[in-house]
Design a protein around this ligand. Structure first.
Ligand code: FAD
Ligand code: NAP
Length: 284
């Protein structure tokens, strides 16, 4: 005998999600409040949000950040946490993609607005995934500097390495401002300033503007110009460790340079000589 179909549940009318009115149902994310927003260029901004007391992460990890869609469902994207683990709030550094589903809206957030924060930070760009070494390179392009904004303010980074070299390459000079302000603030910081002033080196270059140093970091690694400018010996797995964050092209090219120098890729399960994390997935 065939049972008749049960009556369908009545579908509730879609209710538009009002600003500041995200439902705080228990789920894979929490609802946090925007504390501050700073715009750097027409394509880059940073924002600070409240941090739940239970939210723990390791420096260099990423988490899902989002806003509710028209239908109330969450629209989430991966974001590197750009603040140190000891900070009371959470910082993020973001691109603005004009037709990006999330950032076309996220770029308009204001203090007091609400955003969604995933409960489970994760990632491989962590100190635990690297074997001990002398010198740590953090190679970044564009918003790929974000996880390093966390790592350069973690005391463990300086306890584990004698020298910490943060490289940041962007198309234009204005895109370096976030990193320049970050490093200046880190060197002036009460907790971490002394260690950072002693050990942190900030190397910047631009590729489509005139600047003190022009060119891709990969080209400068291949020619040796990077090491000459820094006054350090060429890359060596006996002493150096490398973290890479940027576009897929950057990851591929720096990974190849590391492999050519006999570096082994590390992971949380098997710490080794270098680790990588995408800053975004390119479509063009
Ligand atoms: C592990 C991981 C960590 C990430 N951390 C960050 C972060 O800290 N800050 C951040 O801004 N983004 C980060 N992203 C990218 C982020 O998840 C989103 O792609 C970005 O917020 C744009 O979302 P969207 O919905 O507006 O557009 P999407 O549909 O996600 O992206 C549209 C296109 O925009 C371009 N794009 C996306 N993100 C970037 C970017 N960051 N820089 C340059 N071009 C980009 C790409 O061509 C992409 O295909 C990360 C991605 C991954 C995988
Ligand atoms: N930045 C802008 O002004 C701008 C404007 C409009 C649209 N977009 C779009 O936004 C997306 C991201 O732009 P973005 O500037 O943030 O990121 P990006 O294209 O990854 O460039 C950031 C920096 O990384 C360098 N780079 C790229 N690939 C590399 C590689 N394989 N090895 C070493 N260095 C590498 C770039 O040099 P090169 O300059 O040599 O590539 C640039 O200096 C792109 O899809 C782009 O088309 C960007």
């Amino acid at each position: 005998m065939t049972m008749p179909d049960p009556m369908p549940e009545p579908v509730p009318a879609a209710t538009p999600v009002a600003k500041n009115a995200i439902s705080a149902k228990p789920g894979p994310f929490t609802v946090e409040t925007v504390l501050a927003v700073k715009h750097f260029t027409d394509r880059l901004f940073s924002f600070r949000i409240t941090r739940p007391a239970s939210f723990r992460f390791r420096s260099g990890e990423f988490v899902m950040i989002g806003l509710p869609k028209e239908d109330g469902k969450p629209l989430l994207r991966a974001y590197s946490i750009a603040s140190p683990f000891w900070d009371e709030a959470l910082d993020f550094y973001s691109i603005k993609v004009a037709d990006g589903p999330l950032t076309s809206r996220l770029q308009h957030i204001q203090p007091g607005d609400e955003v969604l924060l995933g409960r489970k930070p994760t990632g491989t760009l962590v100190l635990d995934a690297l074997k001990p070494g002398k010198r740590l390179y953090m190679i970044s392009t564009g918003t790929g500097i974000a996880p390093f904004a966390s790592l350069i303010r973690d005391p463990e980074t300086y306890e584990k390495f004698d020298e910490v070299i943060l490289t940041h390459t962007c198309r234009q000079n204005a895109e370096l401002t976030y990193g320049e302000e970050l490093v200046a603030a880190t060197r002036a910081d009460e907790l971490i300033g002394e260690m950072a002033s002693e050990k942190l080196v900030h190397f910047t270059s631009v590729t489509r503007d005139e600047g003190p140093v022009k060119g891709r970091v990969t080209d400068m690694m291949n020619t040796g110009e990077l090491y000459t400018r820094l006054g350090v010996p060429a890359l060596d797995p006996a002493t150096d460790r490398v973290m890479i964050c940027g576009s897929e092209g950057l990851l591929k090219d720096v990974k190849q340079i590391c492999l050519d120098h006999n570096f082994i890729e590390g992971s949380n399960a098997a710490p080794a000589d270098f680790v990588i994390e995408k800053a975004f997935v390119a479509t063009d």
